[in-house]
Ligand binder design. Structure first.
Ligand code: MG
Length: 380
C-alpha cells in the first residue's frame, strides 16, 4: 500500500474523465506484476435481492424488490466492490448480468490502473448491459482508490464541501400513503415526487405532499405526459407550488416537442430516460435544461466523468441520480456529486437489507467520507 507521501510525490492528477496516471513508482512495481502471471486481477460476483421498505410505483409498474448483482475485483490482496442494479425497465436481469460477467477476462490486463483500456474492452463485449458494465467500473475504481489510499473524489480534485442536498422520492400511491411517506421524509430538505399518471392523480400527489410540508419538490413524470400542451399546462400549475424542476415530462424519443416545452417551461427540465450515455449528451443541448446521470445507465464512473465535461460544454445543468441500490453504488455515485447542481441519491435508503456502510445522510446531504476508493465497508 502506498503512503500518502509516496502518493503525493509520485502521482499525477489529470482532468475529469481521466484517472490517475500510473506513476514511475508504480511502473517498477508493475514490472514485477507483469512477470508474474498469477498476480492478476480476479473478478467474482453473486446475485442479491434488495428488499424495498415500501412497494415502489413509477409510471407503469409496481415492485417490492430490486434485482442486484454484487461484484468484487481482487488484486494483490486488495478488493474493490461494485454493483449492478436492475430495475425491470432497463431490460437487464441477474441472469443477463451474470452471463455478461462470465465473459469478462480481467487477467489479460497487467494492473487495475489501465482503466481506459479495461473499460473499453468491457464495453466492447456487448452493446447494452450497462448495469453489468457499471458493476465492473465501480469495483475497478474502488480498487484503484484503495491502492492509492485515497477517496476517488480527492483523486479527481472534487471538493467534498460542494455536495448538494439530496432529494427523497415518493412513488405514486394512495392519498393516505403519500401523506404518511411525506411525514417520513423529515430528514430530507427536498422531496422528489413521481407523477405522470393522469391529471387527477398527479394533482392529488402534489396537493397531498403540500398538505404536510412546504419543502421544495422536484417532479419526475417518467415520460408520462404524452402531449406537449398538456405537459406545459401541468408544469405551469407545478410552478406555482414551489417545484424546482421537472424530470422527463415526455416520451424519451420525442425531442422536438421536448425542445418546445423547455423553451416555454417556467421550470427547468431534466432528461433521464432521454439521456443514457455519453453519445446522448450533445443532442440534448437546447432540448432539456439539464441531464440526470446514473451509473447504471452510463456504464459507470469513467463515462459519467466524460458526460459531466460534455454537459458543461453544452450548458446543461447536472443531476446525479440512482436506482434502488445498496450503499455500494450510492457511495460510488456520491463521488461525483460535488460537480452536480442536484443530487437524487436515496436508493440505499429505500431498502431494508443494505450490506454496505458508506456515504451517509447528514443534514440532508449524502456526505462523502475520507475512506479510500468509493468509501464503503461491508457490513455482513
Ligand atoms: Mg427519473
Amino acid at each position: 500500500m502506498f503512503t500518502r507521501r509516496t502518493f503525493l510525490k509520485a502521482s499525477t492528477l489529470i482532468t475529469a474523465g481521466s484517472i490517475i496516471n500510473p506513476v514511475n513508482f508504480f511502473a517498477q512495481k508493475d514490472k514485477k506484476v507483469r512477470n508474474n502471471s498469477n498476480n492478476r486481477m480476479s473478478l467474482s460476483f453473486r446475485s442479491f435481492d434488495a428488499v424495498l421498505k415500501h412497494p415502489f410505483t413509477v409510471s407503469g409498474n409496481t415492485r417490492t424488490t430490486t434485482a442486484i448483482v454484487l461484484t468484487e475485483i481482487a488484486y494483490e490482496g486488495v478488493i474493490g466492490y461494485g454493483e449492478a442494479s436492475m430495475p425491470p425497465y432497463l431490460g437487464e436481469s441477474q441472469a443477463s448480468v451474470m452471463a455478461f460477467l462470465e465473459k469478462v477476462n480481467l487477467k489479460q490486463f497487467a494492473n487495475p490502473f489501465e482503466i481506459e483500456d479495461i473499460l473499453s474492452y468491457v464495453d466492447s463485449i456487448a452493446i447494452n448491459n450497462t448495469a453489468a458494465k457499471a458493476s465492473i467500473d465501480i469495483a475497478l475504481h474502488d480498487l484503484v482508490g484503495k491502492l492509492m489510499g485515497q477517496p476517488l473524489h480527492a483523486l479527481w480534485g472534487y471538493s467534498a464541501a460542494k455536495v448538494p442536498v439530496t432529494s427523497f422520492t415518493i412513488g405514486i400511491d394512495t392519498e393516505d400513503s403519500v401523506r404518511q411517506k411525506t411525514i417520513e421524509t423529515s430528514p430530507f430538505k427536498v422531496i422528489k415526487v413521481k407523477l405522470g399518471v393522469d391529471e387527477i392523480t398527479d394533482k392529488m400527489m402534489i396537493n397531498t405532499v403540500r398538505s404536510v410540508t412546504q419543502k421544495p419538490i422536484r417532479v419526475d413524470a417518467n415520460q408520462g405526459w404524452k402531449d406537449k400542451n398538456y405537459a406545459l399546462k401541468m408544469i405551469e400549475w407545478l410552478a406555482e407550488r414551489n417545484v424546482e424542476f421537472v424530470e422527463q415530462p415526455m416520451p424519451k424519443h420525442n425531442l422536438d416537442d421536448m425542445a418546445w416545452l423547455t423553451e416555454k417551461s417556467p421550470l427547468p427540465t431534466f432528461a433521464d430516460e432521454s439521456c443514457q450515455r455519453l453519445e446522448d449528451v450533445t443532442r440534448l443541448k437546447g432540448v432539456f435544461s439539464g441531464i440526470n446521470i446514473k451509473l447504471m445507465k452510463c456504464t459507470g464512473l469513467h463515462e459519467a466523468n466524460k458526460m459531466i465535461t460534455v454537459a458543461k460544454a453544452c450548458d446543461l445543468k447536472l443531476m446525479i441520480g440512482c436506482m434502488t441500490e445498496t450503499s455500494c453504488a450510492i457511495s460510488a455515485a456520491a463521488q461525483l456529486s460535488p460537480l452536480m447542481q442536484y443530487a437524487d441519491l436515496d436508493g440505499n435508503l429505500l431498502i431494508n437489507n443494505d450490506i454496505f456502510s458508506g456515504a451517509k445522510l447528514v443534514d440532508g446531504k449524502v456526505m462523502l467520507n475520507n475512506e479510500p476508493g468509493i468509501g464503503v465497508r461491508k457490513i455482513e
